[in-house]
Design a protein around this ligand. Structure first.
Ligand code: B12
Length: 210
């Protein structure tokens, strides 16, 4: 019998081969897909998020854990019948127009996915109009904007403006982040929140939606 704790530990260790092996066994043993996700894969990633926040793990290790978790998710996803795992909400995330940095954005996206959100990743260099269209199309509760350049920070303000013009601003929470971003900047442009790292980002959004 596969122990869910061993599967969690394989995620924490960033061992994608072990995660694949244990997830496959768990599926063969007819464990519920929801249990594999909620009681093994996500708890493993939650430990990683906490350790990252406390500087006990660093970016490359977090990415390995996220990749390992995704390897398990990919095996389980096809078995999920119509939303067995309740989604906490839909988040559209992307790096803003003119900006090609995506390492931090990807980390944040993976952390949201592992925290139980449905994540629509718009990639890099995303125009305000594309953000607005995705919010509308996916009925997103949250939009996350990432910028790493002082020259692209203002695209966040433009995105908020377009959300207003499209009548979407009061339907969606806007959270922002990236190395040059601060709480003061978030206040200045009228965002709902700022988080300095991936772990705080999920805490922030959990709080905003509660
Ligand atoms: C890697 C890197 C690159 C790579 C990007 C590769 C990639 N796929 O992302 C490459 C080589 C392509 C690159 C290009 C450039 N870069 Co560069 N780059 C960096 C570097 C070294 C690291 C960034 C990084 O990945 N950090 C690690 C991640 C994990 O951290 P993070 O992004 O901050 O994300 C965390 C938080 O900020 C937060 N977060 C991030 N996004 C979000 C979103 C939300 C919603 C929330 C809540 C939280 C959140 O959570 C994340 C996880 O904890 C930084 C230096 C630095 N110290 O930041 C320079 C840096 C950002 N780059 C810089 C520059 C100038 C450039 C270029 C203009 C260089 C050039 N002349 O061509 C180009 C710009 C290209 C473009 N149009 O975007 C400058 C920016 C200066 C400024 N003040 O504007 C920096 C600061 C380097 C420097 N000191 O000069 N770069």
């Amino acid at each position: 019998m596969v122990k869910l704790e061993d599967l969690s530990n394989a995620v924490i260790a960033g061992n994608d081969q072990k995660v694949k092996e244990l997830t496959t066994k768990a599926i063969e043993e007819k464990l519920a897909p929801g249990a594999i996700i909620n009681d093994a894969l996500i708890p493993g990633m939650n430990v990683v998020g906490k350790r990252f926040k406390n500087n006990e793990m660093f970016v490359p290790e977090v990415l390995m854990s996220a990749r390992a978790m995704n390897a398990g998710m990919e095996l389980v996803k096809p078995l999920l019948l119509g939303g067995e795992v309740a989604s906490k909400g839909t988040l559209v995330i992307g790096t803003v127009k003119g900006d090609l940095h995506d390492i931090g954005k990807n980390l944040v996206a993976m952390m949201f996915e592992s925290a139980g959100y449905q994540v629509i990743d718009m990639g890099v260099d995303t125009t305000p109009e594309d953000f607005a269209a995705a919010v509308k199309r996916h009925h997103a509760q949250v939009v996350g904007l990432s910028a790493l350049l002082t020259t692209t920070m203002l695209a966040m303000k433009d995105t908020i403006e377009v959300l207003k013009e499209e009548g979407l601003r009061d339907k969606v929470k806007v959270v922002i982040g990236g190395a040059p971003i601060s709480q003061d900047f978030a206040d200045e442009i009228g965002a709902d929140g700022f988080a300095p790292d991936a772990a705080s980002a999920t805490e922030l959004v959990d709080h905003l939606l509660s």
